[in-house]
Design a protein around this ligand. Structure first.
Ligand code: COA
Length: 316
């Protein structure tokens, strides 16, 4: 399991931004077109409403622009753009090409597809590039799953939504924020959640649920072990916002109380690659994070991927 070698140049998040689809869809809106109801969706998933609409590039540009503005960094000085998405706008080129151009970046740009674990995959990848000499990176997680959901399928339509979260990362002279990380995948489970090219998402919800708790706990445990920290030292856990019952079960097994969990699922639904950054930056905007707090990001998704990262908030 990889451990960050001593002396590696670190990085810190110096700006962030978020964007949601422009149209709010409530559970009652869904109940008007399919056999479901508000009470069932709230109880079984924790979702009250979600936002849909916009392309992956549009949402990425909005969150990316906000992150650049907050950091005060000149877009032309960004050295690399990493866009995590499982719903690119086109097969070729990567959606990051469109985003790079619109934001005035003059650097390498590529997409990463690790489904709902995507943002953590992209964040870890960007840290690697910064350790190799890049000075500044823009990392974005965006998905527009509403475009590949069958809106007559109550199994999936109630869960998925659109959004984007972005972070500007800048190299530091010290160890930086990333304390430890873990990236996992088990491709033998690919049939549990998939979409063929040009087709809608299909999901075995029960099985995904069963596996999700285990793989989140495994990944988070590895990341805490790498860092030599225990659950009681975690100031904030930022779990993938898929289902409140998955989050509750994972937190319980990890020994992190729910009042230390970042939560946006109520109003975002499952925004896949955007889920973790939206929840992280919502918590940061709400003043829930202070210097040196240990923040544990943990996600899972189709593939089946899992990813976690431990950040020391604000560290240099
Ligand atoms: N509205 C109302 N009733 C529904 C419903 C809906 N949207 N979906 C299913 N039901 C009914 C079922 O028909 C079943 O009825 P029955 O008991 O009369 O047979 C009952 O509710 C329970 O269905 P079940 O499929 O067992 O529900 P569940 O508790 O497993 O919840 C999911 C379904 C999809 C919400 C849940 O399995 C889940 O969240 N799985 C993980 C999915 C996920 O996270 N995917 C993204 C991964 S990144």
């Amino acid at each position: 399991m990889p451990i960050i070698p001593a002396g590696v140049r670190g990085a810190r998040i110096t700006g962030w931004g978020s964007a949601l689809g422009h149209k709010v869809v409530t559970n009652n809106d869904l109940a008007a077109t399919m056999e479901t109801n508000d009470e069932w969706i709230r109880e079984r998933t924790g979702i009250h409403q979600r936002s849909i609409g916009g392309t992956t590039a549009e949402l990425s540009i909005a969150s990316g622009r906000a992150a650049l503005e907050m950091s005060g960094v000149d877009p032309a000085s960004i050295d690399v753009l990493v866009l995590a998405t499982t719903t690119p706008d086109r097969t070729v080129p990567a959606t990051s090409a469109n985003v790079q151009n619109a934001l005035g970046l003059r650097c390498g740009a590529f997409d990463v597809n690790a489904a709902c674990s995507g943002f953590v995959y992209a964040l870890v990848t960007a840290h690697g590039l910064l350790a190799m000499g890049a000075q500044r990176a823009l990392v974005i997680g965006t998905d527009t799953l509403s475009r590949i959901v069958d809106w007559t399928d109550r199994n999936t339509a109630i869960l998925f939504a659109d959004g984007s979260g972005a972070a500007v990362l800048e190299a530091t002279s010290g160890p930086g924020q990333l304390v430890s990380w873990d990236l996992d995948a088990d491709g033998s489970l690919e049939d549990l959640l998939f979409a063929e090219l040009g087709e809608n998402v299909q999901m075995n919800g029960k099985e995904v649920f069963r596996r999700a708790v285990r793989i989140m706990v495994d990944s988070a445990t590895k990341t805490m072990q790498h860092a030599g920290v225990t659950a009681d030292q975690i100031a904030l856990i930022v779990p993938h916002q898929a289902n409140i019952r998955i989050i509750t079960a994972a937190c319980e097994r990890l020994g992190v109380p729910m009042d230390r969990a970042a939560m946006t699922i109520e109003y975002t639904g499952n925004t896949s690659s955007a889920s973790i950054p939206l929840a992280l930056f919502h918590a940061a905007d709400a003043g829930r994070l202070k210097q040196d707090d240990l923040v544990l990001l943990v996600g899972f998704g189709a593939g089946m991927t899992a990813a976690s990262a431990l950040l020391k908030w604000g560290a240099l």
